[in-house]
Design a protein around this ligand. Structure first.
Ligand code: S3P
Length: 171
């Protein structure tokens, strides 16, 4: 297996924040697939969704992941919450490195994301219902792709980072 760590999980599960802290602790690079897509396309995720639609975004996710699979090493890769859903992405994620699922309850997810205007999938009338429906649909897929599962509710970043480091050393 390559020496990268891949973070997957729902929006607001802490992938970017934990990923940056983990990269710092390990002296690894940090990469975020949404940021990669935004820098390659010159558009925000929100603009891609509104001008080209979700399917176009999903195609960009897959091509970006295939590119990153060729280039990444010594890297913590944080991924968009929908990344594991396509079968080809799930395979690429597992090729890139150890896959860590960050989990948060729907209540904590809601608290972390309320008022957020950057995530098109939560922009509807009832974000809590969207979160619940998407979480129920996605969690079994996330769990299938993950090598390890780490809960992030009511925990310090320090303890989460240490748990991931322990898994990485044992692997
Ligand atoms: C999405 C999650 C977002 C972003 C896009 C779609 C999803 O990333 O990729 O808005 O389908 O769950 P984060 O998980 O980093 O918020």
């Amino acid at each position: 297996m390559k020496d990268n760590i891949v973070l997957i999980g729902f929006m607001g599960s802490g992938k970017t924040t934990i990923g940056m802290k983990l990269a710092h602790a390990m002296n690894y690079d940090f990469m975020d697939t949404d940021q990669y897509i935004e820098s390659q396309s010159g558009k925000s995720i929100k603009d891609i969704f509104s001008s080209e639609g979700e399917e176009a975004f999903r195609i960009l996710e897959t091509s970006s992941l295939a590119e990153l699979n060729q280039s990444l090493h010594h890297c913590i890769l944080s991924t968009g919450g929908g990344m594991p859903l396509r079968k080809e992405n799930a395979e690429l994620l597992r090729q890139i490195g150890m896959v860590v699922l960050l989990k948060a309850s729907k209540e904590v997810t809601y608290e972390r994301l309320k008022g957020d205007k950057t995530r098109p999938l939560l922009a509807g009338e009832n974000p809590m219902q969207n979160i619940e429906e998407l979480l129920n649909k996605r969690m079994p897929i996330y769990e299938k792709v993950a090598d390890v599962v780490v809960s992030t509710d009511q925990r310090t970043y320090y303890s989460i980072v240490n748990e991931i480091l322990n898994y990485y050393e044992e692997r």
